[in-house]
Design a protein around this ligand. Sequence first.
Ligand code: PEP
Ligand code: MG
Length: 524
Amino acid sequence: MRIDGIPASPGYAEGPLFDLDQPPAGYEAKTGAAEEKAALEGAIGRAVGRLAALIETADGDAAGILEFHIAMLEDDALSGPAFAAIGSGQAADAAWRAALDGEIAGYEASDQDYFRARAADLRDIRDQVLRALSEDSAPAPPPGAILYGEDIAPTRFLETDWSKGGGIALKRGSAASHVAMLARSRGVPMVVGLDIPAGPLTGAALLDAERGGIVFSPSPAETETFRQSASSFAGRQGAARTFLTEPAVTKAGTTVRVQVNIAYPSDVDGIDISTCDGVGLMRTEFLFGKTLPDEETQYHAYRKVLEWAGDKPVTIRTVDAGGDKPVPGFTVKETNPFLGLRGIRLSLARRDIFRVQIRALLRAAIHGNLKVMFPMIATPDEYSQAAALFAGEQAALAAQGVAHRLPPLGIMVEVPSVALAPEAFADVAFFSIGSNDLTQYVMAAARDNAAVAHLNSIRHPAVLRLIAAVAAFGQEKGIPVSLCGDAGGDPAAIPALLEAGLRDLSVAPAQLAMAKAAIADVPV
Ligand code: PEP
Ligand code: MG
């Protein structure tokens, strides 16, 4: 049985089916105190193991922090109260949370800076063990599985091991969603808008994310045809790879800068810096995941990417939480989150959280060629407020004698008010067009809704006209303009973007070769 849908991340996957909509796995209480005790010991052990593995790849400062976390986890004084509570009948997760929360409150109440700063470490440790506890009972997909269901959260995507292949088949979702963007950046095949029948499905399936479709219980003939298409796709990708090591140049000899979009510091591990012109967009909201990262965690994440890039630019975007990227403890529940407290609006409303990120960025800036941009800017006042916060934190770091640098500050152009009246922003250091959001706001078609996906097209003249206007404004005023929406890596959209005047694109790493190959074909 073949069902057609919309391709969201190209590629082919053949493998067992895995139902994403199984009831959410939380921590399952065990039958007695001895089992609860064993569960907590096991979870602490796994958290220690994970930290030890991270130390292998961490640099000096980060390794020091991780070692400190391990030492705390191995300290009986910290876990003692939790084990005592288990002895008097509590479940492992509640006992651990209560014990750590008690410690954290004590540290937070201290009048010494040093001890107050340790509260963040304790929160981190608390959450690592809680995560390890609930993973005990969470069903994990088998290697190479095709994950199917209503939708998939970005964090679930990031937690999945894609090293053995696999793919995603969704009933809802959209090619413009954040998880689709993550799938493209990791080269994970994904199809959305599939009318998958209700009820559990078993056996193997064939996912064709080039044309957009899935075949359940395939016949030998279907499998044969599928494998031929998969190998032709791999062949075309291989051919495009010859463009990877060369600068991107059009048919007419125009040079185009091609940078990469990343979501996670570890994304750069698989990219050869010589194949791109830097990082055009580092999304930081995924760092925020299930817990709010402290200043040290963020500083090390940004520093890692800056050091990897050397003297090439790295544009880090301040957190764009909200919309379809909820962050527990930060974002608010809204009836229309794409039009709500999202991006810079939320950061300006929660300055305590924003300031932590600003300090981490200012400190990391000394390790490379950093630029910082703000997401979802709609008015010049938002930019001025954000820039003033940078100046304020810079002064505070200078007063404390902490090494730092103020990077150039630019804005995303993704709200139509900015694209229509860019002259209000003549003092920003650069513009970066967020075509994913710009398109959804111009077309009034939510980027995560398969039912309106046909409207969500960057090639609509209204969207292209705005992009061309911003490119022309930047040219006139000498303000650099790039584009970091996913259209930049789409071979079908690249000719229109270059014709609109853009010469600077930032694309998902998996799209780099195909984008350069497509640029070579454009006559401008
Ligand atoms: C965009 O909107 O095009 C963009 C790059 O930002 P995000 O996809 O993270 O919203
Ligand atoms: Mg956006």
